[in-house]
Design a protein around this ligand. Sequence first.
Ligand code: NDP
Length: 312
Amino acid sequence: MPVTILFAARPERWVQYEAPLTEALAEAGIDAEIITGTDSPETVDYIVYAPNSDVQDFTPFTRCKAVLNLWAGVENIVGNTTLTQPLARMVDPALTQGMVEWCAGHVLRHHLGMDLHIHGQDGIWRAGIIPPLAAERVVTVLGLGELGAAVAQALAGLGFDVRGWSRRPREVAGVACFAGADGLDAALTGAGIVVLLLPLTPATENVLNADRMALLAPGAAIVNPGRGPLIDDEALIAALDSGQLSHATLDVFRTEPLPPEHPFWAHPKVTVTPHIASETRASTASCVIAENVRRGEAGEPFLYLVARDAGY
Ligand code: NDP
């Protein structure tokens, strides 16, 4: 009998995933029937899931062996009390590479002061401004998971003086690693650029607040592709207005899409990008999903399970 997989995501996602997911399941040797809706939830074996889908009550899915999230972030599903099945999140090599490229680009923009020349096309020959080399710039990456560790390593490869911070002690080649609440101030003190790649949990909300911004090097820049609530927005605007911070590149926000009247849009020291730092790519993500279905059918442990108590 085929394995029944419910693809519970917006219709435009199905357009992207139908062919690669079908192919990846076949290559993994899974006889699968993929459905995009059902009146018989008790017959579903796996749910491929986007937290913005219509499925919010998991109680009727009595046979479901796992919920396989299409997103890396799980803050919108991890607290769902109807979800008793194992929850796996998305770890996708293409998503990681995309995040490395986006972060490297924005870090280099701030490091090199590119805006001065991009926006300063005004006939003034601004020669003689020598930026520090990467080795003289401390870049702190908050979060050393799948994405943060890869970003930190890539930045270290470019020569930056990279620090990283995680909940539990980590070792990342070329990166000075700090951990736990006690390690945060040391990781931030004197940093010239901060990249936030933490998940949103009760412990990480407002982690970058006024006190912590005050620890950074004067004129530091913030790059946030993590989640909006990691930063205290009012403290951020105050620090930008006072000159304590020079710029914030923000990809994620407390409310998305960011409302047109939000002060971030018009702020000269804020760059808004519309949650595009890195996308899950259907071709590679389908292989991750198929591998987890294969594991479920073989009785092997699932990959990338979410630690429900830790919230990520
Ligand atoms: P991981 O779960 O692999 O890594 C999370 C990291 O954060 C780990 O190093 C973890 O510590 C650390 N962390 C969690 N809680 C704390 C805490 N309380 N104190 C200190 N460190 C903490 O996640 P990913 O790297 O895969 O993704 C990170 C986030 O990036 C996602 O949750 C999502 O919000 C965001 N994202 C944004 C995208 C975009 O396009 N803008 C795309 C994809 C993801 P430890 O190592 O000890 O577990």
